[in-house]
Structures are given as structure tokens and as C-alpha cells.
Design a protein around this ligand. Structure first.
Ligand code: 5GP
Ligand code: MN
Length: 338
């Protein structure tokens, strides 16, 4: 993993914004609350300072995040325009920014990479990468304060959305006094904490609950690893094109006291499998995700791996058994029958 981002380029980032008239904002595909929160907080701040701003993410903003101010203006595709600056938010590598990011890379003079994933590859020209930050919106809040940019109610709502969702409602082990002080300041600026909590953490659909029903039927526990599958058959039965609300499911699995590691395998056709992984403090699933071409944090990471469900499990489970025992997943993978 790179450490090219050891010291964030605060001043260069502020200067890059000052020098740019047309700015493109992108984030990672299948965006979560921190992705949309950081995209729209940045959009609000830049619009307030008179910049021409385009925000885009493949497929647009998920319905449950449509309450974040500015979401209606987010483009689902990006096929025209040239930009002085592209700002990538909450994406740990270029590929994560999808088709919108691919277009942006080719049509932007400079790239500013803002993120909090320790697995960030350090792409782009200017970096604000702070692995200790609980969310990308925390990085933005600290930058806006340094730059002296006033935070409107709309920007505050977007920023608090990222803080709330990436900390699962202030429950993750990286929450520090600064997290709560930032959140208090955002509430004072008008961000509706309870509404954000309800919409992001306490809401689901009956379809997602039906998916949980099938997934929980597949749960296996072995060697401190708890695992579940979401198969194409189940998605077909439910009429879904892809799994929904798996963040809630993996969060539930890792709550098992016996488990050190949790994994959900989401079958994507017959050709690849998307992994969602969680660990208890002291373990690290980010290095497994990174080795598989994905990324994330020590305690929450993911990747998409080529192969059938059986092939991917055979590759990944021995690594996770080793991680669950506090061993290196590479030096000492544990076979299934050990
Ligand atoms: P989740 O399991 O909630 O989808 O993702 C957990 C964490 O892993 C998040 O920080 C997310 O950004 C990261 N992550 C999930 N899937 C991928 C992936 O395919 N590539 C990368 N780089 N990161 C991922
Ligand atoms: Mn994030």
C-alpha cells in the first residue's frame, strides 16, 4: 500500500480550486452516503463561490440518498465537456470512479484526489488523503475550515451524511472527539441529525428483507469466519438486477461474538463475485481486498474477483481463516480442512 499521501496537499488543493473555472466532481460507483455526501458538499461549496460545477456518478444518486441537497442535479452519465479540474471523492483508485471518472480523466487538465481509504493508490496530481479520517466528508470539513469557506445548511447536511453513514451512527472504532465536535458544528449549521440517521441507517425495503431471508439461509460459521452468499438464482427470484442493502447484512454478520471476520459473496453472473468483508478491531481485511484488486479499511473492505462462486470462495476463504486467527493471509493461508 502506498504512503505517497503522508502529508495532505491542503494549500495546493485550495490553489487548484482558485485557479479553476470549470470543475468536475466524481465519486465511486455504487455510491454510499459518504460518496454522495462528499460529492454534494463539494458541489454546494463550489457553487457558493461561483464556479461552474458538474457532478456525475454512473447511475446517479440512490433513491434513499435523494434527500441530500443538490442530488437532483447529479448526472447519471457524462459524455460532454472539458474541465480545468476534476475532483475525485471517496474513490481509492481510478477504476472505482467508473465511466464518469474515465471520461473525466481524459477531459480534465488536473486531478485532485480526496479520500480516506488507506488503500488509495495515490492517482491524480494533488492529494488530500487522510486515512485516519472517519469519512471523506471529515477530510472536506477540515479543508473547508482551513480554507475559510463558510458551510451552508445544504453543505452541512451533505457533510453530516458522510460522517453518520461511514461511522454507522458513531459506532466504529475510529470515532474520536473531533468526529463528535465536527458533527455538533454541522448540526449547529442546520444539518438534521435524526433525519439523516433515520433515512440512512433505519430504513430498508421489503425486497431487501426478502434478500436477507435467503442470504441468512446460507450462513456458515467456521474458524472464526462467518460467511453468507447472495446467488444469481435468488436475485432472479426477487427480480433484482443486483444485491441491495448488503451493508446492513454484513454489519449484522460481524456482530456475531464468535466471529473475527465476516464476508458476503455476491454472485455477478457466472464470471465474477463481489466481496463485502468486515473484521473485528485488531484484524485487517483491507490487505486481502487490496491483494484481490479492491480496497477499503482494515475493518471494512471489498473487491470484485473473477471466477465462479466456488472458485472465488476457494481462493478467498483460506486467506480469511488466516486473518481471523491474526496471521498473514499471504504467508500462511489456512486450508479449509486444517
Ligand atoms: P462495502 O462492503 O460496504 O461495500 O465496502 C466496504 C469498504 O470497502 C468501503 O470503504 C468501500 O469503499 C470499500 N470497497 C468495497 N468494494 C470495493 C472495491 O471493489 N474496490 C475498492 N477499491 N474498494 C472497495
Ligand atoms: Mn468513505
Amino acid at each position: 500500500m502506498t504512503t505517497a499521501f503522508a502529508s495532505p496537499h491542503w494549500q495546493e488543493a485550495t490553489q487548484a480550486v482558485a485557479d479553476a473555472a470549470r470543475i468536475l466532481l466524481v465519486t465511486h460507483t455504487k455510491p454510499d452516503g459518504d460518496a454522495i455526501g462528499s460529492l454534494l458538499a463539494m458541489a454546494a461549496i463550489l457553487a457558493d463561490s461561483g464556479k461552474t460545477v458538474v457532478a456525475a456518478v454512473d447511475g446517479g444518486v440512490p433513491e434513499y440518498l435523494a434527500y441530500v441537497p443538490g442530488s437532483a442535479a447529479v448526472q447519471r452519465t457524462l459524455e460532454t465537456g472539458d474541465f480545468d479540474l476534476m475532483i475525485s471523492l471517496d474513490a481509492s483508485d481510478e477504476a472505482r470512479t467508473g465511466e464518469c471518472g474515465r471520461y473525466g480523466m481524459a477531459h480534465s487538465a488536473r486531478i485532485l484526489n480526496i479520500d480516506h481509504h488507506p488503500t488509495n493508490t495515490g492517482f491524480g496530481h494533488i492529494h488530500l488523503i487522510v486515512p485516519d479520517a472517519v469519512s471523506t466528508t471529515q477530510v472536506l470539513y477540515d479543508w473547508f475550515a482551513l480554507a475559510g469557506w463558510a458551510i451552508s445548511r445544504d453543505a452541512a447536511t451533505a457533510l453530516l451524511t458522510g460522517l453518520v453513514t461511514d461511522t454507522l451512527g458513531f459506532r466504529t472504532n475510529n470515532v474520536v472527539p473531533h468526529t463528535l465536535m465536527t458533527s455538533a458544528a454541522l448540526m449547529a449549521a442546520g444539518a438534521p441529525l435524526h433525519d439523516i440517521m433515520t433515512r440512512t441507517l433505519n430504513s430498508t425495503s421489503f425486497l431487501a428483507i426478502q434478500m436477507w431471508k435467503h442470504a441468512l439461509n446460507t450462513v456458515q460459521y467456521r474458524k472464526k469466519v462467518i460467511a453468507a452468499d447472495i446467488t444469481q438464482d435468488v436475485l432472479k427470484t426477487l427480480g433484482l438486477s443486483q444485491a441491495t442493502d448488503t451493508g446492513g447484512l454484513i454489519g449484522f454478520l460481524i456482530s456475531a461474538n464468535e466471529a473475527q471476520v465476516a464476508v458476503v459473496f455476491k454472485e455477478q453472473g457466472n464470471t465474477s463475485v463481489e466481496l463485502s468483508m468486515r473484521a473485528k478491531p485488531g484484524r485487517d481485511v483491507a490487505e486481502v481486498a487490496f491483494a484481490l484488486g479492491g480496497g477499503g479499511h482494515k475493518l471494512a473492505a471489498g473487491a470484485t474477483v473473477a471466477g465462479t462462486l466456488e472458485e472465488v470462495k476457494a481462493k478467498v476463504m483460506p486467506m480469511l481463516y488466516a486473518v481471523a486467527r491474526g496471521k498473514s493471509p499471504f504467508a500462511d493461508p489456512e486450508p479449509e480442512d486444517a
